[in-house]
Design a protein around this ligand. Sequence first.
Ligand code: FES
Ligand code: FES
Length: 176
Amino acid sequence: MNEVVGIIQMQKVRLTLNRRAVEAEIPPTTLLVDFIRGHEGLTGTHVGCDTAQCGACTVLADGEPVRSCSVLALQVQGRCITTIEGLAQGGQALHPVQEAFIETHGLQCGFCTPGMVMSCAALLARNPNPDERAIVAALEGNICRCTGYVNIVKAVQAAAARMPAARVDDPLDSRA
Ligand code: FES
Ligand code: FES
């Protein structure tokens, strides 16, 4: 049964977050990004514009990129959510996209990087060998104020070269 706190009726959300079952009572207006950062303490997902423009808050829902600042936590009820923290295997090995960003200098200040990496991982999961045009198209919702994007495109190409064919439904399984 839902709990009433003041005039807010709390609602139960159940989802899988980085392969961990999560259940919580939350106000129904809770944004997914606030649930991830505030309730679950996973602050790798960044908030830039807060208006679905910059892509810094991008996470994966069942392998597809979503802007977590524009989605309610209740809207992803029952789905598998992956954040930047979930890409690194047990907090140890980096995902090939993360390694490639480091090696090709695909970041400077790093603010856009979690969202960029998530969008790139999703791209390579559905298209293991994207050409430059496909990479640019996939990243058009992710804004970077530092790099000029050139090294980000190189990072995606480098990651593609080292990754085995990926499963569309689970980009985590695309680790080298
Ligand atoms: S913070 Fe979500 S798109 Fe900018
Ligand atoms: S590395 Fe600074 S915004 Fe992209």
